[in-house]
Design a protein around this ligand. Structure first.
Ligand code: NAD
Length: 468
């Protein structure tokens, strides 16, 4: 779907007109072009507060991206991916600080109380204006709920407000800011999340907090095709976000079973045949659906690694005007079917070890929306389901959700023009996301290296103003 305003405002005349009228001038977002490109290019400045536990790991992740590490002090380092092979040298703050950075990464795990928050100012104040466009800010902290002392919880909790505000300040240049909460001892699990949040794959993800736990040991993966040998089930795969998820998981090496309702078979087969996948006609609300899906998986593959519950519908009406079948259908497709399919796959032991379940919530589920009590109820139910299941699943299986904001699909193209324009602009990046943005977040959850990423709900919404 096309955002005409975004294209216009990025012409010289359009930019000048937008500036003089005080209108938003969103920057075009850079998305992944090739899977073998470095996850980040340009210079990355890494800093840490005293006692940071992630700094060494951050150094080696960025070092492994053909970056040269320049030690500024014990805590500040410069990773320069444009000068692979350079020997480390001390960072000269006076001159190096005048360069442009593609990312600022700060290890705040060592913050012990409110006074330590000054370290954020000291690191970001002189550098934030040196960020180029489509740049990244990534802060590593810890979950305040896991802090034993109140001052430490205060400092760690403060990081959320910091990151969300930074996201709003840098969003106009297409840049993002996010926070990882690293559990004690989970340094080795940071890799996949640091790579995702510093790369073009997270173009439309900003202002988010992600829990990274210890999980099973993360295996080494082929970064170009990390899902090689995996079997994925994607529901609602014939179009929109589901088609993008199928294509992205196949790009990363997975064999995809695309599922959709029987009337969508022609479209579905176009998607699955282009990626050498299999098409399965099934209405997930049918009583027989869980068994049919499990039988299909058992017969063709013997098991499944990745289950992506993408199928969804809206049936909007204010509550007093809503016919009961609108309520029932919306809850059945968006929530009940997911639970019943997972239950059947678990009962028949078809979910493989280190498997992944991903559910699709929505910012409407988080914030509530006029005329969408049924949809918001279902999508918020998804969050409750994910959080409970994350505590119960065994064998290294994880479950997470994405909560898309305004994504350019047929669903949003059908909106009245004023609501559509508001949806597009009311976020820090002042534009809608693409289906691939949701798919990239799902591919990150699905990576074998994401064993420590469990029980999260990440919004893919450009830091929408809607929601908490
Ligand atoms: P879409 O309407 O383009 O696609 C949904 C797909 O689900 C369709 O192919 C449809 O046939 C299939 N489906 C519906 N009912 C089904 C059933 N009973 N059994 C099997 N398949 C069924 O929607 P989309 O915009 O691509 O949305 C995908 C998911 O993302 C949905 O869960 C939606 O609620 C969610 N979402 C979308 C947006 C957005 O901006 N587009 C925002 C938030 C959340």
């Amino acid at each position: 779907m096309s955002d005409l305003y975004l294209r216009l405002v990025n012409t010289p005349v359009g930019r000048t007109a937008a500036q003089s009228l005080g209108l938003p001038a969103p920057a075009p977002l850079k998305r992944l072009k090739r899977t073998d490109q470095p996850f980040i290019e340009g210079k990355v400045l890494i800093g840490a507060a005293n006692g940071g536990k992630a700094i060494a790991t951050l150094g080696s992740i960025l070092g492994a991206s053909a970056a040269t590490l320049h030690h500024a002090s014990e805590s500040n380092r410069l990773a320069d991916s444009s000068k692979a092979g350079n020997k480390a040298r001390p960072l000269d703050l006076a001159s190096d600080i005048n360069q442009q950075f593609s990312a600022l990464v700060f290890d705040a795990t060592g913050l012990k109380g409110p006074a330590d928050l000054r370290a954020l100012y000291d690191f970001f104040h002189p550098t934030i204006k040196k960020l180029g466009s489509n740049a990244r800010v990534l802060v590593i902290g810890q979950n305040p709920a896991s802090c034993r002392k109140a001052p430490q919880a205060a400092a760690q909790g403060a990081l959320e407000g910091f990151v969300r505000s930074v996201g709003k300040e840098i969003g106009k240049k297409g840049s993002t800011a996010n926070l990882l909460w690293m559990a004690p001892g989970a340094e080795k699990q940071l890799d996949s999340s640091v790579r995702f949040f510093l790369s073009a794959r997270s173009a439309y993800v900003s202002g988010q907090v992600v829990k990274v736990g210890k999980g099973n040991a993360a295996p080494a993966t082929n970064p170009v095709a990390p899902l090689t040998g995996k079997v994925a089930l994607v529901t609602g795969a014939s179009r929109g976000i589901g088609a993008a998820i199928s294509e992205t998981l196949a790009r990363d090496g997975a064999t995809v079973i695309g599922l959709d309702i029987p009337p969508a078979m022609e479209e579905l087969e176009k998607v699955t045949s282009a990626i050498n996948g299999k098409a399965l006609a099934c209405d997930i609300t049918d009583d027989k659906a869980p068994k049919l899906i499990a039988d299909f998986i058992e017969e063709h593959f013997g098991g499944v690694d990745l289950v992506i519950h993408n199928a969804g519908i809206t049936r909007d009406k204010t509550l007093g005007n809503m016919p009961e079948h609108f309520w029932d259908m919306t809850i059945a497709v968006n929530l009940t079917a997911e639970e019943l399919i997972d239950e059947e796959l678990a009962k028949r032991e078809l979910m493989k070890e280190n498997g992944r379940i991903v559910c699709i919530s929505s910012i409407s589920g988080i914030a509530g929306n006029f005329g969408q009590t049924n949809y918001s109820t279902a999508k918020c139910g998804v969050i409750g389901y994910v959080e409970a299941m994350a505590r119960q699943l065994k064998n290294g299986i994880t479950i997470n959700a994405v909560a898309p904001g305004f994504i350019e699909t047929r669903m949003t193209a059908a909106m009245p023009v004023t609501i559509r324009e508001a949806g597009r602009r009311m976020n820090s990046l002042s534009q809608g996301g693409q289906p691939v943005d949701v798919a990239e977040a799902i591919a990150w959850y699905c990576s074998p290296a994401s064993n420590g990423v469990n029980g999260n709900v990440v919004r893919v919404c450009g830091q929408s103003l809607i929601g908490k």
